[in-house]
Design a protein around this ligand. Structure first.
Ligand code: FAD
Length: 408
């Protein structure tokens, strides 16, 4: 029956329905019912793993700005490395399932989510999308087993949003490429085994060059003093005539457009990460507001507090629906770069407000690491900026909609 065709029946249906005794946490609109069983299985598997392995120690690592190396081998048991990559020891998940995995990692800890995003999404993704068959066979299986860790070196000290203008040079010399330049903000680069360095060759084209750990001339210095994502390390990298064999140039990376293909494939996952941060902050704030009393009553009994909580949940639901639709379109090969950018931009804007409101609802405790929301509040700042800033996502979507680029 079409809704509205029989008003009496419609009234009955609303009357009979009540929420379960334990309402789903952020799944107020039963969006889980739109997910396939295998997607739910992966989401729940990652959620249980994060609850057990990540959350209990996250604040300590964050406080000490220490990377949780002990977690790396445990990713293997989780079975999600390589996400949507088919074969080579990776699970070949749908992009919805891969997004849900990113969401759950971020719900636990942004630093762990970023380690995984750089290794599995950016580094493995570059090889899977732009490598030859031989290059995929050579590197991907060991990366899926986490025996070799990857990094993705695109950003430079003077080229961030305009990384298309990158200046790191690749010069052909006999049977080698010789790389010279500098990179900044490169996740995992201080300990990675395989670093995908984006550099411009003598003909002006951008290529991806795989630098293996221990190659002379490669130096990485961990960036200190961060206020966000403190437990995952980014490095400033210098490439001082780093020599890589010809066969380490990714075979199908012929221009910056190819680099863009990898970024689109990972950017959508950042939109899911934003849901993870927003959900964690909302759930914690709701639980806190139920037990914290002021003026003799729990905080949840005040109208202004309810206003904040309801708005937070409403935004989370809109973020979930946007990501689900975007990921289904990606699975059907119908999504564009602009769509991925729009989703990253909107979800990060919403999540940034939600973590700030959650922090406010905790009062002074909101700035204490032990209450978790503070970590999500600080970490969301990096999520807002990395993989393209708010402005740049706006301009990428704007270019598609308006048919003219405002940034070239
Ligand atoms: C925690 C973290 C992890 C990262 N990991 C990696 C990684 O693993 N590998 C990697 O290669 N990079 C990485 N990055 C780099 C990241 O992608 C860049 O920081 C980001 O693209 C922004 O570049 P930028 O920091 O140089 O800022 P800038 O480009 O200098 O931007 C500064 C401001 O200017 C604005 N702006 C710039 N151009 C325009 C324009 N045309 N119109 C309007 N506004 C504009 C921006 O929106 C922003 O508000 C990471 C960054 C962080 C913070």
């Amino acid at each position: 029956m079409v809704i509205g065709s029989d008003p009496s029946d419609l009234a009955e249906r609303f009357k009979e329905f009540s929420l379960p005794a334990t309402p789903p946490r952020t799944d107020y609109f039963f969006i889980d019912e739109l997910l396939k069983p295998e997607e739910l299985e992966i989401r729940d598997r990652v959620r249980r793993w994060v609850d057990r392995e990540v959350i209990p120690t996250a604040a300590g690592y964050w406080d000490r700005a220490e990377f949780p190396f002990e977690i790396v081998p445990k990713f293997k048991e989780l079975g999600i490395t390589g996400g949507p990559i088919r074969g080579y020891g990776s699970p070949g998940m749908s992009l919805v399932a891969a997004g849900l995995a990113a969401q759950e990692l971020a719900r636990g800890d942004a630093s762990v989510a970023t380690f995984y995003g750089v290794h599995s999404g950016l580094a493995m993704g570059s090889i899977a999308i732009l490598g030859s068959q031989e290059q995929r066979d050579r590197w991907l299986p060991a990366m899926a087993r986490l025996e070799k860790i990857g990094a993705f070196a695109l950003t430079e000290p003077i080229h961030g949003s305009d990384s298309i203008a990158l200046e790191t040079a690749a010069r052909r010399d006999g049977d080698s490429w010789v790389l010279r330049g500098a990179k900044k903000w490169i996740g995992n680069a201080s300990f990675a085994d395989l670093i995908i360095v984006w550099a411009r060759d003598e003909s002006g084209e951008v290529g991806g060059f795989v630098v293996e750990k221990g190659t002379p001339g490669y130096r990485a210095r961990v960036i200190e003093g961060k206020i966000s994502k403190r437990a995952v390390w980014q490095a400033e990298v210098t490439l001082d005539d780093v020599r890589v064999p010809l066969e380490n140039r990714l075979a199908r990376a012929r221009s910056f457009k190819d680099t863009g293909k990898v970024l689109t494939a990972t950017r959508y996952a950042v939109a899911w990460e934003a849901i993870g941060h927003a959900s964690a902050a909302y759930e914690y704030a709701l639980a806190y507001a139920k037990q914290r009393k002021q003026f003799g009553k729990p905080l949840v009994s005040f109208q202004l507090v309810q206003d904040k909580l309801v708005r937070m949940l409403g935004e989370i639901i809109s973020m979930q629906l946007l990501c689900l639709r975007l990921s289904r379109l990606l699975d059907e090969r119908k999504a564009t770069q602009g769509m991925a950018s729009l989703a990253k931009m909107l979800n990060c804007q919403k999540a940034r407000k939600i973590v700030a409101d959650a922090r406010d609802l905790l009062g002074g405790n909101g700035i204490l690491l032990g209450h978790h929301v503070a970590r999500h509040f600080a970490d969301m700042e990096a999520v807002y900026t990395y993989e393209g800033t708010d402005h740049m996502q706006m301009l990428v979507a704007g270019k598609e909609i308006c048919g003219v680029s405002a940034f070239k």
